[in-house]
Design a protein. Structure first.
Length: 156
C-alpha cells in the first residue's frame, strides 16, 4: 500500500486531533487549543523532550501505536518539518489500514492526537528534530500499545 503525504491542515486532521498553530489575525492567546484527555486517575502528565534523527521520503512504515487512555501532543522545538500518519479505527477499535493518511507538519505547527488514535511513531524530516511530547502515563502497558504491520505501508 502507498500513502501520499499532504501538507498538514486542521480540517483534514480534525478526525484525529488538533493542529496547534498561530497565524496572523489569530488572537495572541488561544486557550484550550487542544482536547487534552486522561481517563486514569493514577496517571501523571509526562512532558518529555525527544530528539530524533531525520528520515527522508519515501519511508516504509512497519509499526503503529495508540494511547487508549490519553491524548498525546507533539510540538517541534527545532523548527523543522515532521511526518504524521494516522488511521481511522473499526468498531472493534482496530486500525483500518486502508484509511491511512499521511501529513507533513511544518516547524510552526504542533499536533495533539485525540485519545485512542492509531498513528505512526513520530519522525523528523530533513534535519534532526527536537520535540516536546505530552501525555499521561502510569507506567503500565496501558500507556501505549504497538502494532507490527503485517504488510508495510510506503509513505511518499
Amino acid at each position: 500500500m502507498i500513502v501520499k503525504a499532504q501538507s498538514l491542515n486542521a480540517a483534514a486532521f480534525a478526525p484525529f486531533g488538533q493542529v496547534l498553530a498561530w497565524s496572523p489575525g489569530d488572537p495572541d492567546h488561544q486557550d484550550h487549543a487542544a482536547k487534552l484527555f486522561n481517563d486514569r486517575p493514577g496517571a501523571r502528565p509526562n512532558l518529555r523532550v525527544n530528539h530524533t534523527q531525520p528520515i527522508t521520503l519515501p519511508h516504509t512504515a512497519t509499526l503503529i501505536e495508540r494511547h487508549r487512555h490519553s491524548s498525546q501532543m507533539f510540538a517541534p522545538l527545532s523548527g523543522g518539518s515532521f511526518l504524521i500518519m494516522v488511521f481511522h479505527s473499526d468498531k472493534n477499535a482496530q486500525p483500518i489500514l486502508e484509511s491511512g493518511l499521511a501529513f507533513v507538519g511544518s516547524g510552526n505547527q504542533a499536533i495533539n492526537y485525540n485519545v485512542d488514535i492509531w498513528h505512526h511513531p513520530f519522525l523528523a524530516l530533513e534535519a534532526p528534530g527536537t520535540f516536546l511530547t505530552q501525555r499521561w502515563e502510569d507506567g503500565t502497558s496501558g500507556d501505549e500499545e504497538f502494532l507490527q504491520l503485517a504488510s508495510p505501508i510506503l509513505i511518499e
